[in-house]
Design a protein around this ligand. Structure first.
Ligand code: ADP
Length: 447
């Protein structure tokens, strides 16, 4: 096992990884920007290195600075966390070339799945159904229209290098498509440095259901169940739960075994997630994330598997050491993403936390780097806390969630806690009846 791991990230996920390392007796190095010098993950790490000023490009995306920090501190391995460099194949390769272990999949697997056009082609090869779409990146308006006629309007334009739910465009007819394609291409170039755009059928009321996978790269792949991430705003996840209220056991089995079979064939190593859209009993691949995900804790709660510990063990060359039959799924778990945002218009709300009290008790987990007096910086993602609640049944879980949300005190800034409180009280949500557009409708109704 490693002696020292450098954590190339910030905030709650850096703290999450720091905890798993310390649980295993591994020393940690926190790298941070000048804006994060007083962050909780920095305070709890064994060593710290300031890698630059606040803008991500100058610090958390600064590969030479991160590699230097690893060299100076004598780290054995680097955990990229999520976001930032976690799906950057060049970074993974550079880490390996400099003699450190990259805690994640092979650079080649990151590269294949990071390009969505290639990823879809790979999914087909691996036996996963995909959303019907253009065979590859679109060349021009005429070929885009031809592809759209084949699959039928409406169609969704997506950036091949896209991510974070950004840059998708919906076209209902030829005229809209002709207008939106050049726009999508230039936005993709500006946002992701690659102007490849493809299109796929727009599903009217699907659910977003994903399968959590763990592979050891030595022949063993297991799944940790599915997660329902259909509660979204602007294609961004707000609340996730497992098990999905939409699946029966037969479909769940089909979904998870398809995903596991594909990853066995792929030879996947580390934690990864295959994302699907699910509608009318059919599921379609949309993308694979070759990293830890924000919502991973709910899978940990129902499976009892510490995913970051497994990532560390796998990266150190250990075989998984357990199979699917050793994993028992119990109960229900829900995660609320708590963002530093104004609940009415979702504008960021950074600033100093004047009072902080996290909920607790049986089945309540808070993954957050917040503390009283902490200053939420304005430079980064607005996610500041994840409230994860577990109980034996969904009904009990909802009741516990209601209680935990009421206990949570964060003052000095605005947060999305009130939004979650409204969602929990909603009858559709309580009945598990929602698709990926449900939350937008819910928000619109309130005016
Ligand atoms: P990103 O990598 O930017 O997150 P995804 O391909 O994962 O993009 O899609 C993000 C979200 O956009 C999905 O969870 C879903 O809500 C919506 N979406 C994606 N593809 C489609 C589609 N073909 N039809 C309808 N909605 C879609």
């Amino acid at each position: 096992m490693f002696e020292k791991v450098l954590i190339a990230n910030r905030g709650e996920i850096a703290l999450r990884i720091n905890r798993a390392c310390h649980d295993l007796g591994i020393k940690t190095v926190a790298v941070h920007s000048t804006a994060d010098a007083r962050a909780m993950n920095v305070r709890l790490a064994d060593e710290t290195v300031c890698i630059g000023p606040p803008p991500p490009r100058a610090s958390y995306l600064n590969i030479p600075a991160i590699l230097s920090a690893a060299a100076i501190t004598g780290a054995d391995a680097i955990h990229p966390g999520l976001g930032f460099l976690s799906e950057n194949a060049e970074f993974a390769r550079a880490v390996e070339e400099h003699g450190f272990v990259f805690i994640g999949p092979s650079p080649e697997h990151i590269r294949v799945m990071g390009d969505k056009v290639r990823a879809k082609a790979e999914a087909v090869r691996l036996g996963i159904p995909v959303v019907p779409g253009s065979p590859g990146a679109l060349r021009d308006v005429a070929s885009a229209q031809a592809a759209a006629h084949e699959i039928g309007y409406p169609v969704l334009l997506k950036a091949s290098a896209g991510g974070g739910g950004r840059g998708m465009k919906l076209a209902h007819n030829d005229a809209e498509l002709a207008q939106l394609l050049p726009l999508a291409q230039s936005e993709a170039m500006a946002g992701f440095g690659d102007d490849s755009v493809y299109l796929e059928r727009y599903l009217a009321r699907p659910r977003h259901i994903e399968v959590q996978l763990l592979g050891d790269g030595q022949g063993t792949v297991v799944h940790l169940g599915e997660r329902d991430c259909s509660l979204q705003r602007s294609h961004q996840k707000i609340l996730e739960e497992t098990r999905s209220p939409a699946l029966d056991d037969a479909i769940r089995e089909r979904l998870t075994s398809t995903a596991v079979g594909a990853m066995e064939k792929f030879g996947y190593r580390s934690a990864g997630t295959i994302e699907f859209l699910y509608q009318d009993g059919e599921f379609f691949f949309i993308e694979m994330n070759t990293r830890l995900q924000v919502e991973h804790p709910i899978s940990e709660m129902i499976s009892g598997v510490d995913m970051v510990r497994e990532q560390l063990r796998i990266a150190a060359g250990e075989p998984l050491g357990f199979g699917q039959r050793d994993i028992a799924f119990n109960g229900h778990a829900i995660e609320c993403r708590i963002n530093a945002e104004r609940p009415d218009d979702f504008r960021p709300s950074p600033g100093r936390i004047s009072e902080y009290h996290a909920p607790g008790g049986l089945g309540v987990r808070v993954d957050s780097a917040l503390y009283q007096g902490y200053e939420v910086p304005p430079y980064y993602d607005s996610l500041i806390s994840k409230l994860i609640v577990y109980d034996t049944t969904r009904e009990r879980c909802l009741s516990r969630l209601r209680r935990a949300l009421a206990e949570y005190v964060i003052t000095g800034i605005e947060t999305t806690i009130p939004l979650h409180q409204r969602i929990v009280e909603n009858a559709d949500f309580q009945a598990g009846k929602y698709d990926i557009h449900w939350l937008e409708r819910f928000l619109a109704q309130r005016g």
